[in-house]
Design a binder for this molecule. Structure first.
Ligand SMILES: [Zn+2]
Length: 356
């Protein structure tokens, strides 16, 4: 059995990757995109809420993707070990721009490996993650992301700062559009909480459905607030009382954003809340062009800063360390401050690392 492949228009191409199982830390495209190359007989595991979010996304995008594979993935609960042959794999709740991201602790043969996936220490779950990392026990190998090692990070704001900025902007402008990734659910929930009493909090039916899934398992203080989907029934009321609206750069939202910027130029604002690298994408550039001069950027990264990475490694104190998901090499990589007991490994592709 083979999955339909992403990389070709053929109905079937030959997925060649085999393994006993594949564990996914989160649903971002650069972490799940190659599933189409994995043989269909290989079981896939991902965190239960993240799986539901990805299922909803794949259903929404079904005419644009080869298959809706998330439906058949196995749901993993945080803290509940999964046995694959001689290995035991346990998901640890993490903190990243994809909701319900996890790390994996892999145990077997008297060794323990921590695989972080993407993470950061400036999100809403920082304290929980810090506590989990502090109580991990001996780690023989830590495989960590290092996206931000080469990026300047003199001072990073956190998600609480983002929410404060939202609150201020929603206070200053009657009509606020939030341009962000539809899967940035912590961010969207934070925006919804910042919408003042009396104003509408609007999204389309797809985003609304994602927020319902997100809220089901969320601590009360992080749940979204009064998200409504746009309809003929609330159109007039929203224009009268003002709103916060989550938008995407597509044909559905472009005319709405244009209409408000033309009709109420002084009362309308668009908040850009994504990585700056996406500004050049044609649809996003087009939307930003509509609101020239009335756009505010409010964003923090989904990735750990170099300083926080050093702190985390200092907390975990792994015997061996591999940094992946980074463009850093050579000097940048060796400039990371490590505990004396930690040995930095820099394996090349396909090189086997042995733990003894
Ligand atoms: Zn990611």
């Amino acid at each position: 059995m083979f999955r339909k492949c992403w990389h070709t228009n053929d109905l079937i191409c030959y997925s060649t990757i085999t393994a006993d199982a594949v564990f996914l830390t989160h649903y971002h495209g650069d972490h799940v995109g190659q599933i189409y190359d994995v043989a269909e007989s290989v079981p896939i595991y991902m965190e239960e809420t993240a799986k539901k979010i990805l299922e909803k996304y794949q259903d929404h995008m079904k005419t644009h993707i080869p298959s809706q594979w998330a439906k058949s993935a196995n749901a993993v609960k945080v803290g509940m070990p999964v046995k694959i042959k001689d290995l035991q794999i346990t998901a640890i709740a993490s903190d990243h721009s994809a909701a319900d991201s996890v790390m994996f602790l892999v145990e077997g043969y008297n060794k323990r490996i921590l695989i972080t996936g993407d993470y950061r220490m400036h999100g809403f779950y920082r304290d929980k993650l810090e506590e989990a990392l502090t109580n991990l026990g001996q780690i023989d190998l830590m495989i960590t992301e290092g996206t931000s090692i080469s990026r300047d990070s003199e001072y990073y704001h956190d998600e609480n700062w983002v929410e404060e900025q939202f609150r201020q902007i929603l206070h200053d402008y009657k009509y606020c559009f939030l341009l962000t990734s539809s899967s940035a659910l912590d961010r969207i929930a934070s925006f919804s909480r910042a919408v003042p009493r009396g104003k509408y909090m609007l999204a389309d039916d797809y985003q609304y459905a994602q927020m319902q899934i997100y809220d089901e398992t969320r601590d009360a203080k992080l749940k979204s607030n009064k998200v409504n989907y746009m309809s003929e029934y609330n159109r007039e009321g929203a224009e009268k009382r003002g709103f916060g609206m989550v938008v995407r750069a597509n044909d559905k939202f472009m005319p709405i954003v244009r209409q408000y910027f033309e009709k109420y130029p002084d009362k309308t604002c668009l908040i850009y809340s994504m990585w700056s690298g996406y500004r050049d994408k044609p649809a996003i550039a087009q939307m930003l062009d509509i609101c020239k001069g009335q756009e505010k950027t409010v964003h923090v990264s989904g990735h750990i800063t170099k300083e926080d990475l050093e702190n985390v490694i200092g907390t975990v104190k792994p015997k061996k360390l591999i940094v992946y998901h980074t463009s850093a090499e050579g000097k940048d990589l060796t400039s990371i401050e490590l505990p004396t007991e930690t040995q930095l490994l820099t394996p090349t592709d396909a090189e086997i690392v042995t733990l003894i």
